[in-house]
Design a protein around this ligand. Structure first.
Ligand code: G4P
Length: 558
């Protein structure tokens, strides 16, 4: 498709003024649509209340597209993402897609992340597709291991974080102590926008720090409907709440004298995090989260691409109003038992996506037809006709697409690959049925392709016994279940004693392979990985053989 027969084309090739006027109108339309979008993910340690908050957010807004995002917690609302028996049985959300809703004049894309920390690699990929993250913290538990890891990943990737202290309806830690924990443990200055009135367990409402207004919450039965909010000035609040109000004002003043007030620039550049207090289960503070997203979170920015500049950043910029481009952040097969198809989830970076357009697949240079593009997702599929920067599209029958791939229209663009987490669990996979080797190989390739697990190979082990590498052991269970159910190729897994992987190069292979306890394997994308039993062994090799290359895999991951 060329720019002359496509309403999504660029000005390239435009001949007359009518054409260029149409192009200008289109660019203005895309810029407008991008500006009213907010694309974010909720991230947390498991059980902090991510699913509950997702439902509460959807309750507050008008859901446009449900992309398999409202989770399948056991006994809760059945979901679109329960495509796998295992997922249902465990009551966890393994798949991830997106939920799109309107909030006032804005369009909000909530990209789902898996709840289980074993799938943190998936979470990492989702973070590459969002412009902001809402970090949920359980008021009683404070910062937990997964919270810390995710904060670090956001910091490394420059993703602004809005922090929500959840479950304030239950006894928990002291609010000031929680702020101190955030500041000390992640070196991120918390700048609370609201401050609780009433200690954890006695949640009456919040002080809106910018205006000094008191927002009082009223409980509704089971939190099933929006919680009514009553706004009043300081005098009325003092008369109504007495000591709880005074204490809140005093603490808020203390924060102000400590420099803990919001600064938009510092927030966007990742030095500070606005903080809100909420109780997702009672729907308290949920409207404030949406308001904050709309007011403070960035709209889809231009994406960088191309060769790296002197500072190691891609040197070129794809403006949001440029012709269509998107990158794939997740590939999933078998999402619908009735259609054994592969869906690639892509984030639109620039231009308008229109179903039926023929884009170019940057990696192969081949045309990619989008006529089967569906608005998604999971089992509830509807046709998606148009999407703008920030939106998530589900491309069906996308066998050619891999995680990190780019598709574009007109001017070529190739976004940088999505970095992957360092795997910490390794197992040799062999076919349990010697007669099913063809299916075994096909299944392994597909799982590798989707990024369900990484598949590593070496001449030494041969094609019959690849090594599966995972961030969490549950990925092995998923691989095993899918090999049997989808490919009719049951596998045996033998766990290996490695916990560390580092990137190396061809020149170091011989040297590293000669060290006892180390093994070098090749990943599907050609990256050479050296596996080691522990960090100690790595530091010994680093000390004894400084000439051998061993690089950590991901910035922000430890
Ligand atoms: P996750 O997706 O982050 O893993 O957490 P999820 O929403 O499933 O919440 C974990 C547990 O915390 C759930 O209880 C949920 O009801 C509870 N929860 C979430 N938000 C709040 C809150 O604001 N206040 C209180 N008090 N509890 C909250 P559960 O007993 O594990 O499950 P369920 O029986 O309630 O479904």
């Amino acid at each position: 498709m060329t720019s002359t027969d496509s309403p999504t084309g660029s000005s390239t090739g435009s001949t007359g003024t009518a054409d260029s006027r149409a192009d200008d109108r289109l660019a203005a339309d895309v810029t407008h649509e991008a500006a009213r979008r907010r694309t974010f993910a909720v991230i947390s340690h498991p059980d902090a209340g991510k699913s509950t908050l997702t439902e509460a957010l959807a309750l507050h807004a008008q859901v446009i597209n449900q992309a398999g995002a409202v989770h399948g917690k056991a006994g809760r609302r059945s979901t679109v993402s329960d495509w796998m028996e295992m997922e249902k049985a465990r009551g966890i959300s393994i798949t991830s897609a997106a939920l799109q809703f309107a909030y006032g004049d804005h369009v909000i894309n909530l990209v789902d992340t898996p709840g289980h920390s074993d799938f943190s690699e998936d979470t990492y990929r989702v973070l590459s597709a969002v412009d902001c993250a809402v970090m949920l913290i359980d008021a009683a538990k404070g910062l937990e291991p997964q919270t810390l890891k995710l904060f670090r990943v956001c910091k490394a990737r420059g993703i602004p974080v809005i922090t929500v202290i959840n479950k304030w309806d239950r006894p928990g830690l002291d609010a000031l102590a929680l702020m101190e924990e955030i500041e000390n443990d992640i070196q991120l200055q918390p700048t609370p926008l609201t401050w609780p009135v009433g200690i954890a367990g006695d949640f009456r409402g919040v002080l809106e720090r910018r205006t000094g207004t008191y927002v009082a919450y009223t409980r509704t039965a089971g939190g099933a409907t929006r919680a009514p909010e009553e706004r009043m000035d300081g005098d009325a609040a003092a008369a109504r709440e007495g000591e709880a109000w005074t204490a809140s004002v005093e603490e808020s003043d203390l924060l102000a004298s400590d420099g803990s007030d919001h600064d938009q620039e510092l927030f966007l550049s990742g030095f500070t995090t606005p903080v809100l207090f909420a109780s997702a289960i009672s729907n308290f503070g949920v409207a404030a989260i949406l308001e904050t997203l709309v007011e403070l979170a960035p709209s889809p920015p231009p994406f960088r691409h191309g060769k790296e500049d002197a500072e190691g950043r891609p040197a070129e910029v794809r403006e949001v109003a440029a012709p269509f481009s998107a990158f794939v952040f997740k590939v999933q097969a078998g999402m619908n038992a009735a259609h054994r198809d592969t869906v690639a989830f892509a984030r639109v970076c620039s231009g308008v996506f229109e179903r039926g357009m023929v884009a170019t697949h940057a990696q192969s240079g081949r045309p990619f037809a989008t006529k089967y593009a569906q608005a998604l997702f999971g089992q509830e599929r509807s046709v998606l006709d148009t999407a703008y920067p920030g939106d998530i599209i589900g491309l069906v029958n996308a066998n050619a697409l891999r995680v990190g791939d780019t598709i574009y229209l007109d001017e070529p663009v190739d976004f940088p690959p999505i970095p992957s987490f360092a795997p910490e669990h390794f197992a040799v996979a062999t076919s349990a049925d010697a007669g099913r080797f063809k299916q075994f190989r096909k299944g392994m390739d597909q799982l590798d392709h989707e990024g369900t697990v990484q598949v590593l190979r070496s001449d030494l082990r041969g094609n019959q016994a690849p090594v599966l590498a995972a961030v969490g052991p549950m990925q092995f269970e998923v691989a095993q279940a899918r090999m049997e159910a989808e490919f009719g190729a049951p596998i045996r897994l033998e766990r290996l004693g490695y916990t560390q992987a580092r990137r190396t190069d061809a020149a170091s292979v011989a040297g590293l392979s000669a060290v006892r306890g180390l093994e070098v394997l090749e990943r599907g994308d050609g990256t050479l990985l050296v596996l080691a039993p522990d960090k100690w062994r790595i530091s010994v090799v680093e000390r004894d053989h400084p000439e051998l290359t061993m690089e950590t895999l991901v910035a922000g991951d430890r």
